[in-house]
Ligand binder design. Sequence first.
Ligand code: HGY
Ligand code: MN
Ligand code: MN
Length: 387
Amino acid sequence: MLEPLAHIGRDPATGGYVRDAWSEADMELREWFAGEAARRGLDLREDRNGNLWAWWGDPSRHPGVVTGSHLDSVRQGGAYDGPLGVVSAFAALDLLKNRGVTPARPVGVVCFTDEEGARFGVPCMGSRLLTGAIQPDRALALTDDAGDTLADVMTKAGRRPYGIGRDDETLATVGAFVELHVEQGRGLAEHGRSVGVASAIWPHGRWRFDFRGRADHAGTTRLADRDDPMLPFARMVLAAREAAERRGAVATVGKVRVSPGNANAIPGLVTAWLDARGPDERDVRDLVAELSEGLDVREESWTPVVGFDPALRDRLARAAGGDAPAPILPTGAGHDAGILAAAGVPAGMLFVRNPTGVSHSPAEHAEQADCEAGVVALADVLEDLCR
Ligand code: HGY
Ligand code: MN
Ligand code: MN
């Protein structure tokens, strides 16, 4: 089932995926989702924020159990982060039907739009808009590297951007949400288990740093006369790693824009994005404050710590574990399940073993047997929740 997606947005030079929100690749992925829903006779809806829902049963009378994830990727991302959760959702529905299960509640498959925030910088955009965790006007004004706003891009994709925002009607259809996701770490590999359950999502955020200098000639400007923004930028990157180690957090700068970008000129401006996370909110906040001293910094996104509902977490561990409860693990990766949990929706996550733990890279991988174990666990969880 992952195969039909394999070519969409794939860079043949690297095997990595480039599936920006509202891009050509995204539109192809949406068509794939619609086709999977139609093949199963599910009722397909796109909500005002661009999230796709495929329903088995009618959730308007009473809320259903929803499972799913996202199909967009980071630039040069892997094949499993997101798609594994959506494909497993459809496969788990198939399994329930093969078992002759008639769920007592509607069952929905969801594909949240723009989970990675690769294009507009804010992760989990679809679930944040759905739950009101981001204001529509802020979202619509966000721009991509080409300077196009989310409003422009949604309009070009044939959507009505000025209708986006908190969607209580859609939220009311979600009685519980379970997201299956490839593990982005080696916890399950160390446990020797195929499937695990999430306990919490670390607090995490993204900050934009602008380092301004004076553009000048690389060869004729004396060192004493240079105002080279690359130097404070380089100091910040090294300081981020040192501070993260000292504070038990993690931090990196994965995106930098140098302008104008001539090899033979001192740049006028360096813009860099810091991603910082950790188990303790205070440590992350203090780390960023320490790095920001005297610099031009703006917070682009912040996600507080999410502790998944312990009763649902343990219920998932029992249902997903087979003869021994599934291991329960925290994660440093953000997910739509975390946004829904923060909005008060009973939510939880299943993880599928990733032998190397590598993610946000073409090297991301999960074994077929573990993916199948994930589908069985998800079907067992859905059957349990739909009693
Ligand atoms: O960045 C994250 O944590 C997630 O993959 N969006
Ligand atoms: Mn991701
Ligand atoms: Mn993901």
